[in-house]
Design a protein around this ligand. Structure first.
Ligand code: PEP
Ligand code: MG
Length: 567
């Protein structure tokens, strides 16, 4: 049995599918030109076959526009500009095919990347994609192709990138297990929104598991069971059935109010990464979107999304929510989220570095485009905008000023905009939380990002499973910070929500309720259970319990206190 962190609940039994993105080490060698030419030719042919297969598989899942990318890739394998140069180099320099291809492709990539036009930047990404595949064929290294999976599997990987997760087919992907990561790493968050069981931070999993080996995932306990006998396997089948029945029973609460026994109302909302996730929020009875992580829009594109593309995306989300509030967070890139087409300098501590609002206040061109798209979309629903990673009051003021400039420009241009947009901020840096009463004079609302607030308070990287024991949202120090934020907001008549993973943790909700949290935003799949918990509690009692929790020494003490009082 292998142990990890249960990141998205559920059970699964299926064959292992190892997902690997091998790094190709290209060395220059003297070689026989004829042999290398024939390797190159057959690698081109295999690449064309791969692309056609992936395209056929993806045919009913992707838009016309997305499918056209594969045509561009196919064309590229026939592009004389590239092919002829590679052939010439193999002939004249007698070098190995992968080296010649790498050399020639890099000259194109460098040239396209240097161009301002988004179209050419996308071509650079295409060339990288296709040549990676051709080189792997030349070198005889097998690539994993998620879209080609056509039987039930559990994906086993070092980590999953957002583009990997975007390609997962729910029909065949029964779960995933990764070597690194914690409950709040982004692959875990994506798994919850896809409702796929996931276990992360399983040290040694890639070494322990072989391709096609049958495994059982217990993503409640965070266990991967190998070599199960018939009895164990049957036990997990029935556990899975019970779990499904419990999930089903929660559905009766879909349209129920989120209100305590003594009549205190809160709002329970959902976190989304794209417009498709809105469906799950609505199906689970979400009263709004409390966090739209717009960086996924950027990560799923091959170049910076244009104002028009963003406007369309935000409009769809606002329309689907039909007047329910939608909190859209401006670009939060950096940390564990990267953009291929926007290379960031390598940093010693990316989570402490050039990230989120820091980047946006520097690259105001990127920021202004997003703000304009948002403001234009505001007429389609109830928009709330928030800035991530605010550390100082000045940063908030600067971001708000840019927002106001774009707002005024649009009004002057005669564009229809809403006059009820709220502009708030994430509370995820301790310095800001401590000063929340000052921030509350300028921001319309706060949303507490405990994933980051915990990592910064505890000085424990959220991606590092070795220090994941320090992910202690119920530590009294965190509870005191959360209280500061809520009280700071209320003092100025503002509201405070939470969109970090803690908000959806049924163990934490009684205390958060008692501390006065107004809005709880979580993975769609956690909404109904959260509502069930809120409806079973008495607000006045939870206020007393929260006070007591603030006076504990440790997280275990807080948990013991709750167990005593909530039995
Ligand atoms: C958080 O930090 O709690 C948060 C919600 O933002 P993200 O997980 O995207 O950093
Ligand atoms: Mg964050």
């Amino acid at each position: 049995m292998l142990k990890g962190i249960a990141a998205s609940s559920g059970y699964a039994q299926a064959k292992v599918y190892r997902l690997e993105h091998p790094v190709l080490i290209i060395e220059k060698r003297d070689a026989n030109s004829e042999e290398e030419l024939s390797k190159f030719e057959s690698a081109l042919e295999s690449t064309r076959t791969d692309i056609r297969n992936i395209q056929a598989k993806a045919a009913n899942k992707l838009s016309e526009e997305e499918l056209a990318i594969f045509d561009a890739h196919l064309e590229f394998t026939n592009d004389p500009g590239l092919i002829d140069q590679v052939i010439a180099m193999i002939n004249s320099d007698s070098v190995n095919a992968e080296y010649a291809l790498d050399f020639v492709a890099n000259t194109f990539i460098t040239m396209f990347e240097a161009m301002e036009d988004a179209y050419f930047k996308e071509r650079a990404a295409d060339i990288k994609d296709v040549t990676y595949r051709i080189k792997s064929h030349i070198m005889g290294i097998k690539l994993s192709d998620l879209p080609l999976i056509d039987e039930p599997v559990v994906i086993v990987a070092y980590d999953l990138t957002p583009s990997d997760t975007a390609q997962l087919d729910k029909e065949f992907t029964k779960g995933f297990v990764t070597e690194i990561g914690g409950r709040t790493s982004h692959s875990a968050i994506m798994a919850r929104s896809l409702e796929i069981p996931a276990i992360v931070g399983v040290t040694g999993v890639l070494e322990a598991l072989e391709q096609d080996q049958m495994i059982i995932m217990d993503a409640i306990e965070g266990e991967v069971i190998t070599d199960a006998d018939a009895e164990t396997s049957a036990k997990y089948v029935s556990l899975a059935e019970e779990y499904e029945a419990y999930r089903e029973s929660l559905k009766t609460l879909k349209d129920a109010e989120s209100v305590t026994l003594d009549g205190h109302h809160v709002e329970i909302a959902g976190n989304i990464g794209n417009a498709l996730d809105v469906d799950a929020v609505l199906e689970n009875g979400g009263e709004g979107v409390g966090l739209y992580r717009t960086e996924f829009l950027y990560m799923e594109s091959k170049a910076l999304p244009t104002e028009e593309e963003q406007y369309e995306a935000y409009k769809v989300v606002l329309e689907k929510m039909e007047g329910k509030p939608v909190v859209v967070r401006t670009l939060d890139i950096g940390g564990d989220k990267e953009l291929d087409y926007l290379p960031l300098p390598h940093e010693m501590n990316p989570f402490l570095g050039y990230r989120a609002i820091r980047l946006c206040l520097d690259r105001t061109d990127i920021f202004r485009t997003q703000l304009r798209a948002l403001i234009r979309a505001s007429v389609y629903g109830k928009l709330r905008i928030m800035f991530p990673m605010i550390a100082t009051v000045q940063e908030f003021k600067d971001a708000k000023a840019l927002y106001q400039e774009e707002y005024d420009k649009l009004v002057a241009e005669g564009v229809a905009v809403s006059n009820e947009i709220e502009v708030g901020m994430m509370m995820e840096i301790p310095a800001a939380a401590i000063l929340s009463d000052r921030f509350a004079k300028y921001a319309d609302f706060f949303s507490i990002g405990t994933n980051d607030l915990v990592q910064y308070s505890m000085a424990a990287d959220r991606m590092n499973e070795k220090v994941s024991y320090l992910y202690q949202p119920l530590n009294p120090s965190l509870l005191r910070l959360i209280k500061l934020v809520i009280d700071g907001a209320h003092k100025e008549g503002k509201w405070a929500g939470m969109c970090g993973e803690m908000a959806g943790d049924p163990i934490a909700s009684p205390i958060l309720l008692g501390l006065g949290l107004d809005e709880f935003s979580m993975s769609a799949t956690s909404i109904l259970e959260a509502r069930k918990v809120i409806r079973s509690l008495n607000f006045a009692e939870m206020q007393t319990l929260a006070e007591q929790a603030l006076d504990c020494d440790s997280m275990p003490e807080v948990i013991a206190l709750m167990e005593e009082n909530l039995a």
